[in-house]
Design a protein around this ligand. Structure first.
Ligand code: URA
Length: 209
């Protein structure tokens, strides 16, 4: 069973309260999502391995630590996931960014991939899938499956707000994918919105409502 890490750092929680507020406009919402993503990137990368290398300071040689091993890829689920990319890139400037777009087939209600462009070496990267809202888990599950089908083996999911239904769905389908989340809200409403949530993350990021 995958682990769920609730990110209760005071700065993350404070910014989360601000983005939940319906009076927070798109500009401030975007900035806050970026800041939260940066703080979450800090937590999500805690287990990146280090290796010792020799460098020379102006005074003498020394052994010091640098990141080693596998490289990182960030995969936003379109469109709301885009709001989290810059925050991650601020801390992981060498990461490559893949994109995955899904829509729900109105007949079958199954997620259908309409766009998927990933780094060619996904099998060699630690992939971080980002999407602000983990609601039913349908999009996250489908995105993770598409990425696995392309060869990815190391995947984490990072969301701002989730609910028990979405978390259980991802844990059941992808028990190898740990979930990092700032808040687990009460439940979904009949329209698959998270309660209390923050509304439609894509609309609030891009001012489309
Ligand atoms: N997507 C959103 O943007 N908000 C929700 O509450 C659920 C899914």
């Amino acid at each position: 069973m995958s682990k769920v890490f609730e990110m209760n750092h005071p700065l993350i929680q404070h910014k989360l309260s601000l983005i939940r507020d319906k009076n927070t406009g798109s500009k401030e919402f975007r900035e806050l999502v970026k800041e939260m993503s940066m703080l979450m990137a800090f937590e999500v990368t805690r287990d990146l391995p280090l290796e010792e290398v020799e460098i020379e300071t102006p005074i003498c040689k020394m052994m010091t630590k640098v990141l080693s091993g596998r490289k990182v890829g960030i995969v936003p689920i379109l469109r709301a996931g885009l709001g989290m990319v810059d925050g991650f890139l601020n801390l992981l400037p060498a990461a490559k960014v893949g994109h995955i777009g899904l829509y729900r087939d109105p007949q079958t209600l199954e997620p259908v991939e309409y766009y998927c462009k990933l780094p060619t070496d996904v099998n060699e990267r630690d992939l971080i899938v980002v999407d602000p809202m983990l609601a039913t888990g349908g999009s996250a599950n489908a995105a993770i499956q598409f990425i696995k089908n392309k060869g990815a083996a190391s995947i984490k999911l990072v969301c701002l707000i989730g609910c028990p239904e979405g978390i259980a769905a991802v844990q059941n389908t992808h028990p190898d994918v740990d979930i990092y989340i700032a808040a687990i809200d009460e439940k979904l409403n009949d329209h698959a919105y998270i309660i209390p949530g923050l509304g439609d993350a894509g609309d609030r990021l891009f001012g489309t409502k």
